[in-house]
Design a protein around this ligand. Structure first.
Ligand code: NOJ
Length: 599
């Protein structure tokens, strides 16, 4: 077998030809997974790029990214070839959880700019053909929100307190919390208030930091407020919402005690890993923790669906719901609820061909039962970046993060190679894919942040036992050269989390035009995904490959990912993309190729 004109990784490869007779991709004896219910809506196949505003681009040199900074850099995203951006929160907030603690849902925090800056960003994005999704945080507010301040000032039993989950304590003097729930960030999920006369008062629930009191979504007043907030942003022209903690808004009646399994991921009550066989009858099995995945949340999203339907265009709701199994997650995207849900089962899968194949099959099948596309995601602002995570050699539950003393730290070379292969696999799948800022640069997790720089509440609430999520939130590099690699304007000297000193090679400008760079690989993958309509076609597994190999067709593209040690022979066809430069006609370890099938 020989390869003619093997392209460099990431380089267009229309003239490259593989000559082989093995693994004829035209023939599949495997059942094809079917993507049903495909309407023409843009979000069914979109590639959506997550911007974490504080770490994307800083226009004013205060060390924190902002909206004008994003607007300035939008052309680079247009060149990357994404369809939409999702902006993590930029609303008014005291920033105890990096903006996921909102004090005013209808204004922009001065750190990030003004509503006028947001309108400019939206217009610029739309001018480039890029849709804009904003983050909505409905499970909890900031303790600085007027609603909560009024609740604290009001008496127990008042309508103001009924906005939140205030309860009397237990024990002799109400000194003990109302139940045993633990916060996602560590420590108890209840905080005691102090009465105006200085005596200890009621407790309030906070599934996250104590600065993030949970709203009571059984209260119609709360529901009405959020429908107004949806309309506020829809009227401004946003294309949709990513909905934070969309599995946690409704709690079980009576708030019963619950102890999660020891290996539960922090954002979900369930154990992260493979879910039971897909079985419609098992959709509500296993039972949910009393604060996650309660049936009552669905009524809320049906109401929101109606609100979005009042607006022109295909507006979208995407659920951040750490729910397993996938059959249960699919309930969030029934036709009259949300449009998308993040596929965290896929993100949580190991670098293991059998596991990935199972998750891919189950994802497509589960979402197809409700007419929704599957989504795919490998990184976001809450997980260890996949260029590091895929090479970890020790268990690392979501949210714990990694730092200098973590066991099983990754080999960065192996991590990047696997990340490039994993991204090339993900971007070939039918459905919608999410890309987290910096993954297109191959950025690793920053492991050695100084302790004094860390800001994630997880780090503080666990007494430094868990590093938390700062390592994936370090501002991204644009141009080579310290001190901020172009993140801030000329003359700015610091970013809110310090960037490593060896990031010149990761900078976007360093990678532009280099056919072997990770940036070039993403650009090529996104261009080919679009020109071959991979987002809307169907996946069919190819027979004849070993257990360590994922091989399938999607439309006229054959995708082969080798996760094993032994090289894999390649079939006949035009090589479109390779996650690593190929030196011979066999696919080496941790490499993915896309081949146009020769029939
Ligand atoms: C999920 C968000 O992604 C995370 O960053 C945040 O800390 C929690 N929800 C609480 O809002």
């Amino acid at each position: 077998m020989t390869i003619a004109n093997t392209p460099e990784s990431g380089a267009p490869a229309s003239d490259a030809v593989l000559e082989s007779t093995t693994g004829d991709p035209a023939v599949s004896t495997e059942p094809a997974a079917t993507l049903v219910g495909t309407g023409g809506e843009w979000w069914r196949s979109a590639v959506i790029y997550q911007i974490y505003p504080r770490s994307f681009s800083d226009s004013d040199g205060d060390g924190i990214g902002d909206l004008p900074g994003i607007t300035r850099r939008l052309p680079a995203l247009g060149e990357l070839g994404i369809d939409a951006i999702w902006l993590s929160p930029f609303m008014t907030s005291p920033q105890h959880d990096a903006g996921y603690d909102v004090a005013d849902y209808c204004d922009v925090d001065p750190l990030f700019g003004t509503l006028g800056d947001f309108d400019d960003l939206l217009a610029a994005a739309h001018g480039l053909g890029i849709k804009v999704i904003v983050d909505l945080v409905p499970n909890h507010t900031s303790w600085d929100h007027r609603w909560f301040r009024e609740a604290l000032a009001a008496a127990p039993g008042s309508p103001e307190r009924a906005r939140y989950l205030f309860r009397d304590g237990t024990g002799p003097n109400g000194d003990l919390p109302p139940n045993n729930w633990q916060s996602v960030f560590g420590g108890p999920a209840w905080e005691r208030t102090t009465n105006p006369d200085g005596t200890p008062g009621q407790w309030y629930l906070h599934l996250f930091d104590r600065s993030q009191p949970d709203l009571d979504w059984e209260n119609p007043w709360v529901r009405a407020q959020f429908e107004d907030i949806l309309r506020f942003w829809l009227d401004r022209g946003v294309d949709g919402f990513r909905v934070d903690v969309a599995h946690g808004m409704v709690k079980a009646h009576g708030l019963p005690d619950y102890t999660p399994p020891a290996d539960a991921g922090s954002m979900g009550g369930g154990v992260v890993g493979l879910e039971p066989e897909i079985d419609a009858n098992a959709a509500l099995d296993p039972p949910s923790p009393p604060y996650w995945a309660q049936e009552g949340v669905h009524e809320i999203f049906r109401a929101w669906h109606s609100v979005l339907s009042e607006y022109e265009g295909d507006r979208v709701l995407c659920a951040e719901a750490w729910v397993e199994p996938l059959t249960k997650l699919a309930l969030w995207v029934r036709p009259d609820e949300m449009q998308q849900a993040f596929n965290f089962t896929y993100l949580s899968a190991g670098w293991d061909a059998a596991e990935l194949r199972l998750v891919i099959d189950r994802s497509i099948a589960a979402f197809a039962t409700v007419g929704a596309p599957s989504t795919w995601v490998l990184s976001n602002h809450d997980v260890v970046r996949h260029a590091s995570r895929l090479a970890l050699t020790a268990e690392n539950p979501q949210g714990h993060g990694i730092g200098p003393d973590s066991p099983g730290l990754p080999d960065p070379v192996v991590g990047l190679r696997r990340a490039r292969a994993a991204s090339s696999l993900m971007l070939a799948l039918p459905g919608s894919a999410y890309v987290y800022q910096g993954e297109e640069l191959g950025l690793p997790e920053v492991i050695d942040l100084p302790d004094e720089a860390r800001q994630d509440p997880t780090w503080f609430r666990t007494d430094h036992e868990r590093y938390g999520r700062d390592g994936c939130r370090v501002p991204i590099p644009w141009e080579p050269g310290e001190p901020t690699y172009g993140f801030g304007p000329d003359g700015s000297t610091a970013s809110w989390l310090p960037q490593p000193r060896d990031w010149d090679g990761y900078a976007r400008a360093s990678q532009e035009g280099d056919p072997e760079s990770t940036l070039s690989l993403y650009k090529l993958a996104l261009a080919l995904r679009s020109s071959h309509a991979l987002g809307t076609r169907e996946l069919a597994w190819l027979p004849g490959y070993g257990d360590d190999v994922l091989a399938f067709t999607n439309g006229d593209v054959t995708v082969i990912a080798n996760l094993g040690a032994a090289p894999v022979e390649l079939p006949v066809g035009d090589l479109l993309l390779s996650s690593e430069p190929l030196t011979e006609a066999a696919l080496p370890t941790d490499t993915t190729v896309w081949i146009r099938t020769t029939l």
